[in-house]
Ligand binder design. Structure first.
Ligand SMILES: Nc1ncnc2c1ncn2[C@@H]1O[C@H](COP(=O)(O)OP(=O)(O)OP(=O)(O)O)[C@@H](O)[C@H]1O
Ligand SMILES: [Mg+2]
Length: 497
């Protein structure tokens, strides 16, 4: 056995009903390297990591740690073997504190078996500081933002002092600043001979942090390369199996009537006197740092959170929206950033999730027409390239990126005319991203109005007709497509005027 290899996963196979998730995958990691794992949505990345972490069992293949054959039987066993993983889907207990989550099942105890709380908080504090995360160890997890919860996941994973650390899309919800901290931490861990497996759809991160990269496609390994010896286009070609034009396909549409107007919307401590309007045919980008209030604004408009004051007009008519169901009735749709909590019912099949928000259109006399549902769903599977064996698969069993596409399908099926997209391409692979942007073009060409929240400035600049910038709960500036630049947006987003 090659002694320099800390991990060998050889000829790994895994099938689920109707899906070959992994087909003879051989993946090998060297001591102290950062090894990136990339591939399209549904390529098998998370499945491979779940097998490594003992959360799933392979159907075939062998795993060696430092040359020793091992049979990883459970998540706890994996931790004992020095393997730690940051899952793509969070595994936190919402009603426990940050510190309790970090040390769950491994709490520091006193002589009599009682939990040593001061010690636990102290150690949690220490780890959070190493991460540069400004978080109170006593805070209850359910009160945290998605990005903060991600930090807790990372803290939990590094608290076990693993020598193999797998990160499944750790950066998806992090801000620039937090990402820099994460990269510093990764570099520090590398110095300590920790081997890191890093999954991300943001290829620029691969080039910044990884030594080698393995590409998966349809459950098979396309190849492993030294990062220094590949470029972005080569990687993309390996991932999608063809040339891909990555530029933003924005098609300008002459704006029509005013579809949505928000006036003086406020929510104490969160949103301050927000006013803007949105016309048919327009994509308006909403930029800002995490915590600027963009998601909160979307939720307040949609009736998911209360508002203290302000008015909303749809096609010039004042409307009262105190509940998401009322928003839907007025033709509003919200594609959320947190697909697990707000977008999908994981225990329902793909077909049911697609039609959930507009059952009326597939029902007659109170009965749901399954065939109509199935046909509608099949159309979306096709349009959005959802990777699934059928319409009857539990959404829980789809890959992360494919779940995100189902959230989109659901809102498109409501035929909502005013759509708020909150980070619509987060966790979506490069190929599908272009398809979703094309779809947004189609929607506005058909008269929809779109408000697009995104933390990716190239996406904001590439797709928006106008850009609103938020800072600390206020809209602090508006830029036209022509005048907008990354620098101008960042200047406004960080509080400059
Ligand atoms: N528990 C399960 N039951 C059935 N199918 C599953 C299950 N888990 C994963 N799959 C399927 O296995 C395939 C690989 O999924 P996986 O989650 O590994 O993809 P991924 O590369 O992580 O994608 P993404 O970038 O979207 O996160 C997908 O087709 C998925 O639907
Ligand atoms: Mg995944």
């Amino acid at each position: 056995m090659n002694a320099k290899l800390v991990l060998q996963m050889n000829h790994i196979t895994k099938t689920y009903p109707g899906v070959t998730a992994l087909d003879d995958v051989t993946f090998q990691v060297r001591h102290g390297e950062v090894h990136a794992l990339v591939g399209e949505n549904g390529a098998g990345k998370s499945t491979l990591m779940k097998i490594l972490a003992g959360a799933e069992q392979a159907d075939g293949g062998e795993i060696f740690l430092d040359g020793q054959a091992v049979n990883i039987t459970s998540p706890l066993h994996a931790i004992e073997l020095g393997i730690s993983i940051i899952y793509q889907e969070f595994n936190l207990v919402p009603y426990l504190s940050v510190a309790e989550n970090i040390f769950l099942g491994r709490e520091p105890v006193r002589a009599w078996g009682l939990i040593n709380w001061p010690e636990m908080y102290r150690r949690a504090e220490e780890i959070l500081q190493r991460l540069g995360a400004n978080l109170n160890p006593r805070a209850i997890v359910s009160t945290l933002s998605v990005a903060q919860q991600q930090m807790v996941e990372i803290a939990k994973a590094i608290s076990v002092n693993a020598h193999i650390l797998a990160m499944d899309e750790p950066s998806a919800t992090l801000t620039e600043h937090e990402l820099e901290n994460l990269f510093q931490l990764i570099r520090a861990l590398k110095e300590q001979e920790v081997s890191i497996i890093y999954i991300s759809h943001r290829l620029e991160e691969i080039f910044e942090i990884a030594d080698r990269v393995t590409v998966l496609r349809d459950g098979q390994v396309v190849g492993t390369r030294n990062v220094a010896e590949v470029d972005r286009n080569t990687l993309i070609r390996m991932m999608v199996g063809r040339e891909l034009k990555e530029s933003f396909p924005k098609r300008p549409v002459p704006p029509g009537r005013e579809a949505l107007r928000v006036e003086h919307l406020s929510r104490r401590g969160v949103l301050h006197d927000i006013s803007f309007s949105l016309r048919e045919g327009e994509i308006v980008g909403l930029a800002g740092l995490v915590g600027a209030g963009r998601t909160e604004l979307a939720r307040a408009i949609f009736g998911a959170d209360p508002k203290d004051s302000g008015r909303i007009y749809i096609y010039g008519q004042p409307v009262e929206i105190n509940h998401p169901a009322e928003a839907v009735r007025h033709g509003l749709g919200l594609v959320t950033e947190d697909r697990k909590l707000q977008g999908l019912v994981l225990g329902m099949v793909l077909r049911e999730n697609t039609t959930l928000a507009n059952l009326g259109s597939v029902s007659r006399l109170g009965f749901i027409n399954r065939r109509a549902e199935r046909e509608a769903t099949e159309e979306f599977i096709d349009r959005l390239s959802i990777r699934t064996p059928s319409t009857e698969v539990l959404v829980r069993n789809l890959s992360g990126g494919n779940q995100q596409k189902v959230v989109l399908a659901k809102w498109l099926f409501t035929r909502a005319n005013v759509l708020i997209f909150d980070e619509p391409t987060r966790g979506i692979d490069v190929g599908s991203k272009v398809e979703i942007h094309e779809l947004m073009n189609d929607l506005v060409a058909q008269g929809a109005a779109i408000l697009m929240i995104s933390s990716e400035l190239p996406e904001i600049l590439g797709m928006s007709d106008r850009i609103l910038v938020m800072h600390e709960g206020r809209i602090v500036g508006e830029l036209s497509r022509e005048e907008a630049t990354q620098e101008k947006i960042m200047h406004l987003a960080t509080g400059g005027r």
